[in-house]
Design a binder for this molecule. Structure first.
Ligand code: MN
Length: 506
C-alpha cells in the first residue's frame, strides 16, 4: 500500500535501510546537490545500478567517496529549521514502494484495466474516459472540513519562503528552486483542478516565478484567468500522500484532475481542505502549502536552470507568483530533488511512465512488443522499439506511427529491433544496430516536433528525426544478399547445462 504522509514513507524507507540521515550542518547552496548526485549514481544496497549499463560516472568514479543509493534526510540545513528530504524516489524499488506496487508492470496492468471498458478512440481519449469513470466512484478527491495537518501552522503577513531549506542546485542556476512541488490550479470556468510539477525559482520572501511551458495544464489555466484579467490562484504543495509527486508528473490528458489518478493509486479518495487565503483546495496530508496568486501581467527573468537534459535551460520571462500564505505541519519536512545528468529521481518517474504506458501504446500501435527509453536519451532523445516483423519496411511503418503517437511524437531518434533483442539491454541493442544496419539503406531522416528543451534542434521544438531499422532485412528491403542466421544456442542445451552447472565444479 502507498503511504498517507511523507513521514510514513520516510519511516518505511528507514526500516528497510533505504534512508540515510545526515545530522551535520549542510549548505543548501550546491552542497546538497553534490551529495545527492553522488548518492543517486551509486549502486543500491543489492549492488544494482539503475540500468543494464552503469550510469555515466559509476564505472570510473570521479570520487573516491563510497556510497549507497538511498534516500537522504538532511536534519540540519544551514539557514533553516526545517529538515530536507531528497532522493526519496531515486530507485525503482523506492518509487514502487511509494506507489504501493510490486513493480511498474503490475501498476500498468491495473491502469490498463481502467481503460478496458472504453473501446476505440485515441490513447488519451481512453485514459480520460477511464478516469472520468473513477470520478464518479469513491476514488475522486473529497473536500473535508476540520483541522488539516497541513494547516497546523498558518503564516500570512509573516510568511517567508526563506524559512524553508530551498536549495540552489547547480553553480550557474539563476538562484534557489523549489523542485519537488505538486502545483495545484483550477480552470476559472470549468472548475477542473490540475496538479502539475513545475520548478519554482524563489526571488524574495513572498515572490517566485512560475515556470511552465505553453502546453502544460497549469499554463492553460493561467491563460484562462489572465484572459479575464484576473490573478490565477495557485498552491504549491509539498509532501502528502506518497503517490502525489508521481501523479503530478504523469502525462494525463488535459481536463483531468491528477488527484483522481492519485486516489486511484491510493485505493481511496484524497482528502482536500480549502486553502486559507485563496479559492483552492489542497491535500490535507501535505507537509507544506504555499498559497498565492500568479500575476496576469507581470513577468520576471527566470533561469538559467540545470535541467534534466544535462544542460542548462536558458533564462526567459515567466509569470510572477505572489505568496499570500504559507501553511505547514508543526514539524514539517521539506522534500526536494535535483535534475541534471541522469540518473536522478526524475529518471524513475519516467521509467514508471514508460512501463505504465506500454499497454496503452500497444493499443495505439499493436506492432510494438516492448520499448525502452534509455537513460542516456533523457526521455525524448531516443527510443528503442521491439517489433515482430511481418512485412518489408515494417520497421519504418512503426517509426512513423511512434512519431505520431501522443508524447512519443517528440522522440528524436528511434531504433527498431527484432523480437529476440532485449530492448532493455543497451549492449544488445547497439550490437544489432552496428551489425544489421547499412547506414544509407536503413536510416530515415524526417522532420517534426521535438522536445522544446532540445538545444540541438535548429528551431525551438522543431527539427529533424532519425529512424534506424536494426531488424534483419527481408527480400524487398533493398538487399540482394542472403541474410545470415544469428548464432544462438538451442534451448535444450541451455537447460541441460544450467541443470548440470554444479556438476561441472563451478
Ligand atoms: Mn494535467
Amino acid at each position: 500500500m502507498p503511504f498517507d504522509t511523507l513521514t510514513e514513507l520516510l519511516a518505511a524507507l528507514e526500516k528497510r535501510g533505504e534512508l540515510r540521515r545526515v545530522s551535520v550542518p549542510v549548505d543548501p547552496h550546491l552542497e546538497i546537490t553534490e551529495i545527492a548526485d553522488r548518492v543517486s549514481k551509486a549502486p543500491t544496497r543489492s549492488g544494482q545500478y539503475p540500468s543494464a549499463v552503469a550510469p555515466f560516472d559509476a564505472r570510473a568514479p570521479r570520487h573516491s567517496t563510497p556510497a549507497i543509493n538511498q534516500a537522504l534526510l538532511f536534519e540540519k540545513v544551514i539557514g533553516s529549521d526545517v529538515p530536507l528530504a531528497i532522493n526519496i524516489f531515486g530507485s525503482a524499488e523506492r518509487l514502487q514502494l511509494a506507489l504501493g506496487c510490486e513493480n511498474f508492470e503490475a501498476l500498468a496492468e491495473k491502469i490498463s484495466e481502467l481503460t478496458q471498458p472504453v473501446v476505440p478512440g485515441t490513447m488519451m481519449g481512453k485514459i480520460k474516459k477511464g478516469i472520468d469513470l473513477l470520478k464518479l466512484s469513491s476514488l475522486g478527491p473529497r473536500v473535508v472540513g476540520g483541522a488539516a495537518p497541513c494547516q497546523q501552522v498558518v503564516k500570512t503577513d509573516d510568511a517567508n519562503l526563506f524559512d524553508l531549506p530551498i536549495i540552489q542546485c547547480w553553480p550557474n542556476d539563476g538562484g534557489r528552486y523549489i523542485t519537488m512541488a505538486q502545483i495545484v490550479t483550477k480552470h476559472p470556468e470549468t472548475n477542473v483542478r490540475n496538479l502539475g510539477m513545475y520548478r519554482v525559482q524563489v526571488f524574495d520572501r513572498k515572490l517566485t516565478a512560475m515556470h511552465w511551458h505553453m502546453h502544460h495544464d497549469g499554463a492553460r489555466h493561467f491563460r484562462a484567468w489572465a484572459k479575464a484579467g484576473r490573478p490565477c490562484p495557485l498552491a504549491i504543495t509539498l509532501g502528502g500522500e506518497s503517490v502525489l509527486p508521481y501523479a503530478a508528473t504523469a502525462p494525463l490528458p488535459p481536463g483531468i484532475d491528477e488527484h483522481v489518478f492519485a486516489g486511484f493509486l491510493m485505493g481511496r479518495a484524497i482528502e482536500l481542505v480549502p486553502c486559507k487565503t485563496i479559492p483552492l483546495e489542497v491535500p490535507a496530508n501535505c507537509e507544506i502549502v504555499i498559497e498565492g496568486f500568479v500575476d496576469p501581467e507581470k513577468t520576471i527573468l527566470e533561469g538559467p536552470f540545470g535541467d534534466h537534459t544535462g544542460f542548462y535551460s536558458l533564462a526567459d520571462q515567466y509569470p510572477v507568483f505572489n505568496v499570500t500564505a504559507i501553511t505547514h505541519r508543526k514539524n514539517p519536512i521539506y522534500p526536494t530533488t535535483i535534475v541534471g545528468k541522469p540518473p536522478q529521481e526524475d529518471y524513475y518517474f519516467g521509467k514508471a511512465t514508460e512501463r505504465i504506458f506500454l499497454p496503452l501504446l500497444k493499443i495505439l500501435i499493436p506492432d510494438i512488443i516492448d520499448y525502452e527509453l534509455p537513460m542516456f536519451g533523457v526521455f525524448h532523445n531516443c527510443a528503442f522499439i521491439k517489433i515482430q516483423k511481418q512485412y518489408p519496411y515494417h520497421a519504418r511503418k512503426v517509426m512513423h506511427a511512434v512519431w505520431g503517437a501522443g508524447q512519443m511524437a517528440w522522440t528524436k531518434m528511434i531504433v527498431v529491433v527484432d523480437e529476440h533483442v532485449d530492448v532493455h539491454d543497451l549492449d544488445d541493442v547497439l550490437f544489432h544496430l552496428a551489425a544489421n544496419v547499412d547506414p544509407r539503406r536503413d536510416t530515415v531522416i524526417t522532420e517534426g516536433p521535438l522536445d522544446i528543451l532540445d538545444h540541438a534542434a535548429p528551431a525551438m521544438g522543431a527539427g529533424s528525426k532519425l529512424g534506424i531499422d536494426a531488424t534483419r532485412k527481408w527480400p524487398g528491403e533493398g538487399t540482394v544478399r542472403q541474410w545470415p542466421e544469428e548464432i544462438a544456442m538451442d534451448s535444450a542445451t541451455v537447460a541441460r547445462v544450467t541443470g548440470r552447472w554444479r556438476e561441472y565444479g563451478f
